[in-house]
Design a protein around this ligand. Structure first.
Ligand code: AP5
Ligand code: MG
Length: 221
């Protein structure tokens, strides 16, 4: 377990965290933990967590820390995390980052690195407006930048591609504001701890993948 990747992907909505996390899973054999994906599944299945979270997600607000932290603490205890993990969309607030430190401390682990993926707002809006997600396998694509072979059908599994409810113009604006107010302070939090690496998130998906792997190369065994 000491040699495993333990990475946080930080960045605004649409920065490409999910896209890169999936590629990193393959590269490092680590598991992607996306709190957004976990919450959307809970909403679809109408679990108690899903019912509590839906209202926050739909208006682009953060779900309360208390709901998220326990969920991540439990997820990190699962066997597959021993191969390493890529946290995508967590932590999102300073209290979440402090809780993550405590959780990892208790487990005798630490983070290898925190990658801050940077993309200007204009590009973010284009990416989110055209994003499509597979209902079945969670694969991500984009109607212009990374189009599926057949409209509405996932290349990987043939599942139905859908547009996320929070990818509407007004909700996107709200999510960007929430990022600036509540999540951006984590850049300094991790810089002060010597963990932060900035990644230019503009360019082809493959180029950014290469930048991410180069940044992690020396840090992840
Ligand atoms: P979450 O699901 O985490 O959403 P997000 O942070 O807003 O980020 P996105 O998933 O929208 O963007 P991404 O960076 O993953 O980009 P992607 O790779 O898809 O959270 C959703 C909600 O859940 C939150 O608003 C909140 O309510 C709740 N939540 C989740 N975690 C929480 C937490 N910890 N605490 C509290 N609440 C929480 O890429 C976007 C698009 O661009 C895709 O179409 C992709 O194909 C395309 N693309 C990617 N890279 C490129 C590229 N290089 N060039 C061109 N196109 C690209
Ligand atoms: Mg995502």
């Amino acid at each position: 377990m000491a040699g495993a990747a333990r990475v946080v992907l930080l960045g605004p909505p649409g920065a490409g965290k999910g896209t890169q996390a999936k590629l990193l899973q393959e590269e490092f054999g680590a598991v992607q933990i996306s709190t957004g994906d976990i919450l959307r599944r809970a909403v679809a299945e109408q679990t108690p967590l899903g019912k509590a979270a839906a209202e926050f997600i739909n208006r682009g607000a953060l779900v309360p820390d208390g709901l998220i932290v326990n969920l991540v603490a439990e997820r990190l205890k699962e066997k597959d995390c021993e191969k390493g993990f890529i946290l995508d969309g967590f932590p999102r607030t300073i209290p979440q980052a402090e809780s993550l430190d405590e959780i990892l401390n208790r487990m005798g682990l630490n983070l290898n690195s925190v990658l801050s993926v940077q993309v200007p707002q204009k590009i973010i809006v284009e990416r989110l407006a055209g994003r499509r997600t597979c209902r079945k396998c969670g694969a991500l694509c984009h109607v212009i930048f990374n189009p599926p072979k057949q409209t509405g059908v996932c290349d990987r599994c043939g599942g139905e591609l859908y547009q996320r409810a929070d990818d509407q113009e007004l909700t996107i604006a709200n999510r960007l504001q929430v990022y600036e107010n509540q999540t951006a302070p984590l850049v300094d939090y991790y810089r002060q701890r010597g963990l932060l690496r900035a990644i230019d998130g503009v360019g082809e998906i493959a180029q950014i993948r290469a930048r991410v792997i180069a940044a992690l190369g020396a840090l992840v065994p």
